[in-house]
Design a protein around this ligand. Structure first.
Ligand code: SF4
Length: 331
């Protein structure tokens, strides 16, 4: 039975954190058994914000590849590759760029949000504005039926659909309009309560060593009104409580809530318990991560095989696209 194809990627603009894991990767692992999955590391996209720090893009690309595999993306089930290893993405991006009106790009909400979030960075490039065109090419090149997205990414996917529709309207039915698979996961807050993000320096990374993880959780902000051990706490405003929701059992969570409100547990102990649960949950992933870090050649081989498979499909699409858009000439 042919399985529907899905595609998703992570931008190589930072290390992956536990918010990325619970918000996307964990779900991607499950999707592998149901769909024909293409998962890629978007290194060209990373250049939109890191164009003047290219060494970092390479470092993040390597680390994300290790994260993908350590977290359970399986090269036997999925096609796992680096975006820049498949040049057809760029070729399709050029063609889609010719038919995409600039106002469509300017109205994408994340364009303004990102400019605000990364204030101080030079984001005046053609590539940054055109980011959704490359994203449309990433998806359309595989004629993917579905894209797993968080709700915040829906406008991006809608734009991909509009670009695909325009292409098909101009040149005839060639590309596939992708549908969304919305991932319903709670957004994990950062250690300071804001959105977990590299820019806010409030994230726990999948690649953090044991000591760093402990230190980060120990320094996390809890209920600011709980100044002393005997003060009752408010778990509903505490980040550590939010993490316990993921890593502790339901029964234990209920006890923690009760003990917090009655000052039956101190924040130091509550954090230590969370650290223990975290290490239990990530034990296998962290062990695989270590093995893969020690064997970069093996990781590269997996990415090479993934890129080869991705190129085959991408080239099939480009043959159709070139013909439809009247590219090239033969007597
Ligand atoms: S006891 Fe736990 S849940 Fe309550 S405020 Fe402290 S860290 Fe947060």
């Amino acid at each position: 039975m042919t399985r529907a194809r899905i595609l998703s990627g992570m931008q190589a603009s930072g290390l992956l954190h536990i918010g990325n894991y619970h918000g996307a990767l964990e779900n991607w692992v499950k999707l592998q058994d149901e769909y024909e999955c293409f998962y890629f590391i978007a290194d060209w996209h990373a250049l939109t914000t890191l164009f003047n720090e290219p060494g970092k893009v390479r470092e993040y690309t390597r680390e994300i590849a290790i994260d993908f595999l350590a977290c359970g993306l399986d090269p036997e089930k999925s096609t796992i590759f680096i975006q820049s290893d498949v040049l057809q993405h760029a070729e399709l991006c050029i063609i889609l760029g010719m038919i995409t009106p600039v106002p469509w790009l300017e109205r994408v909400p994340s364009y303004k949000d990102k400019k605000k979030e990364l204030a101080g960075k030079d984001l005046s490039s053609h590539g940054f504005l055109g980011y959704p065109v490359l994203q449309a090419a990433d998806i359309a090149i595989y004629r993917a039926a579905y894209v797993p997205v968080g709700e915040d990414q829906l406008p991006h996917l809608e734009l991909t659909r509009e670009i695909v529709r325009r292409f098909n309207h101009l040149y005839g039915d060639t590309l596939v309009e992708p549908k969304e698979i919305v991932t319903k996961t709670a957004v994990l807050p950062g250690l300071d309560g804001r959105k977990m993000s590299k820019s806010y320096d409030n994230a726990v990374y999948l690649s953090d060593d044991d000591e760093t993880v402990r230190k980060k959780f120990k320094n996390a902000i809890t209920d600011p009104q709980r100044q002393r051990r005997k003060d009752p706490g408010r778990p509903e405003v505490c980040n550590i409580h939010t993490y316990h929701k993921i890593y502790s059992t339901k029964d234990r969570l209920a006890e923690i809530e009760e003990q917090c409100r009655t000052a039956g547990i101190g924040c130091v102990d509550c954090k230590q318990e969370l650290i223990d649960r975290f290490f239990e949950r990530f034990a296998d992933i962290r062990q695989r991560r270590k093995q893969l870090s020690d064997d970069p050649v093996q990781v590269r081989k997996i990415l090479d095989a993934g890129a080869e498979r991705a190129r085959e499909i991408a080239e099939e699409t480009m043959k159709l696209v070139r013909r439809a858009a009247s590219m090239g000439w033969n007597p």
